[in-house]
Design a protein around this ligand. Structure first.
Ligand SMILES: [Zn+2]
Length: 147
């Protein structure tokens, strides 16, 4: 069982967005374009199974105790690691290693497959760092414009 980290333990957390209904639809659509490929649901369910961290609440749909959170990280400074799933312990390390990156928290129910983007926030110590060399992609441009 993985240790559950509260987002509140992240020292550098800022830019927190708790998605209200009006914003959620468009941002979720944008997010899905990046995270979800055509085999979206099996991929997300697998991510939830192997990388999900237990949420401190029950599923809003089926009310079961099967809700987990999957945290995706995005940012120019992450280079090739942008888009990877990270757990709380890894985020705590990353906030010291990188100047700024965005975290997208998706809640997934392993019982009924309910999923949605809960929130996003920025982490990092604020110092600019060069990303490892790589090709820029369209996804990077999309997420850059969200900041
Ligand atoms: Zn459920």
């Amino acid at each position: 069982m993985k240790e559950v980290y509260s987002s509140l333990t992240m020292k550098t957390r800022r830019g927190f967005i708790d998605y209200s209904l009006d914003k959620r639809a468009t941002l979720l659509a944008l997010f899905r374009g990046v995270v979800d490929a055509c085999d979206a649901d099996p991929y997300l369910m697998r991510a939830a199974k192997y990388h999900g961290e237990k949420a401190d609440r029950n599923c809003p749909v089926c009310k079961k105790d099967s809700l987990v959170e999957v945290r995706y990280t995005f940012g120019d400074q992450l280079g090739q690691y942008s888009g990877r799933i990270k757990n709380g312990a890894e985020l705590a390390e990353m906030e010291k290693e990188f100047g700024e990156f965005a975290v997208y928290v998706v809640e997934v129910c392993r019982e009924c497959s309910w999923n949605h983007l809960c929130s996003t926030y920025l982490l990092g110590d604020g110092r600019e760092r060069k990303a490892p060399r790589r090709q820029r992609t369209l996804e990077d441009e999309d997420f850059a414009s969200l900041k």
